[in-house]
Ligand binder design. Structure first.
Ligand SMILES: [Zn+2]
Length: 63
């Protein structure tokens, strides 16, 4: 199990999330402010792991 340290762009709360083995994480719900976080439309990143955490998702690593 791989863990990413993800920072909420709304409230800047740091939280640990599990990185899926074989897919992007398209959105997540912040455990602090309960906002549903999505990747911005104009972002180059494919998912919230790539966009907001210190890790890359498995899909991005292969690309
Ligand atoms: Zn938050």
């Amino acid at each position: 199990m791989k863990i990413a340290n993800l920072k909420c762009p709304k409230c800047e709360h740091q939280q640990k999330i599990e990185i899926p083995e074989d897919k992007c994480l398209a959105f997540y719900e912040c455990e602090h402010c309960h906002e549903t976080i999505l990747v911005p439309k104009d972002s180059k990143n494919c998912c919230v792991i790539c966009e907001y955490s210190d890790k890359k998702c498995p899909v991005a690593r292969e690309a």
